[in-house]
Design a protein around this ligand. Structure first.
Ligand code: ZN
Length: 352
């Protein structure tokens, strides 16, 4: 199987800061509308695509698969007299990763800006020692305040400007967290065989600011089974001890066991491992004590909870502009998701 890189590139580069997912949502709708049975957008902006199952009644054990389509972003809070822009962050940016980056301000039209900071050789000793804060940074758009005001308003969203390229066996770009999950879900739907139960493929909003969209969608759909699709920091890089590493890029799709918000259902973990092994799909475990994904609301928002798990695509440099994922892991995730959706009625889900 070969990755559809032109689509991956479009999915990665299309903007969609939390609360401003219109453009990425539109792109996904255009991609998936011909291979699902029903598409709707809820009041909060979650995109819900349904493929009906063949078992009757197929809606009694709905499956929800969630991939968040928002990306880390910024938002304009102030334009100063010189035309420099101050901003709030939408999601957990490491301020150090923002210095010297190009961004796109989505105003009346898209405008490129660069993130500036006072030059280091003019900083005082004290300024150099203290940790960098977002308030030290600003966006320079090379225009006067008056010109800036023509295009830009307080509250406009801002995203990172970075194109996706191949990097050896990997790919690198911005927003691979979680446009990799979005891409995997689109590609899994494209060639999905008959499924026993109704599959709700949900592209959620506002995950990066607190798993917000998935709460609403899971509450509404009330899935019996649920799977989140997201990237997970692998830590397979220099200066990390072997016992602190989580996964290795290229070793396969991650099957989440736990993170800071969720202990995955042990039946779902066992099911995913079984399916991956049966179909010869490369997999590895994903276990950590920090962080969280849409898995948490998927598991807890339905009235009786759901049998929840997650597929994690290993990622390096998450929340920076040079995120890296391995092409083979994305392929494994597509295959494992497809087989997992098809085989749900072949496993014994009894609580023992
Ligand atoms: Zn994510």
């Amino acid at each position: 199987m070969q990755l559809n890189l032109p689509l991956f590139k479009k999915v990665s580069e299309t903007p969609g800061a939390p609360g401003f997912e219109q453009r990425i949502r539109q792109l996904i709708i255009e991609e998936i509308r011909t291979f699902v049975d029903h598409v709707e957008v809820d009041h909060m902006g979650n995109l819900i695509a349904v493929k009906y199952g063949v078992q009757q009644p197929s809606h009694e054990k709905k499956v929800m698969v969630a991939a968040h389509m928002d990306e880390l972003g910024l938002i304009v809070k102030y334009i100063d007299q010189e035309g420099f822009i101050r901003f709030h962050t939408l999601g957990g940016f490491d301020p150090r990763s923002l210095i010297g980056q190009r961004v796109i301000i989505h105003g009346k039209q898209d405008l490129v800006g660069v993130i500036g900071i006072k030059a280091i050789h003019f900083m005082t000793e004290e300024e150099r020692k203290r940790p960098l804060e977002i308030s030290d940074l600003y966006i320079d758009i090379g225009r006067t305040q008056q010109q800036a005001a023509t295009y830009i308003s307080i509250g406009d969203s801002i995203t990172r400007e970075r194109s996706l390229i191949e990097l050896g066996n990997c790919i690198t770009g911005k927003s691979l967290d979680n446009r990799t999950g979005v891409f995997v879900l689109i590609e899994a739907l494209r060639t999905l065989q008959e499924v026993p139960y109704d599959v709700y493929a949900v592209f959620t909003v506002q995950e990066e600011v607190g798993l917000r969209g998935a709460q609403v969608a899971a509450h509404h759909i009330e899935p019996y089974f649920s799977l989140a699709l997201d990237t997970s920091t692998s830590l397979d890089v220099p200066n990390v001890q072997p016992h602190d590493r989580v996964a290795r890029l290229g070793d396969g799709a991650g099957i989440k066991i736990m993170d800071g918000h969720t202990i995955c259902d042990c039946r779902m973990v066992d099911y995913l491992k079984t399916i991956a092994t049966q179909h010869n799909i490369a997999w590895q475990t994903d276990i950590k004590a920090v962080g969280g994904t849409d898995t948490a609301p998927l598991q807890r928002m339905p009235k009786k909870g759901s049998i929840a798990g997650a597929l994690s695509i290993p990622i390096r440099y998450a929340h920076q502009v040079v995120e890296v994922v391995h092409q083979a892991d994305a392929i494994s995730a597509i295959q494992l998701l497809q087989q997992a959706l098809v085989g749900l009625d072949t496993y014994s889900w009894e609580q023992v």
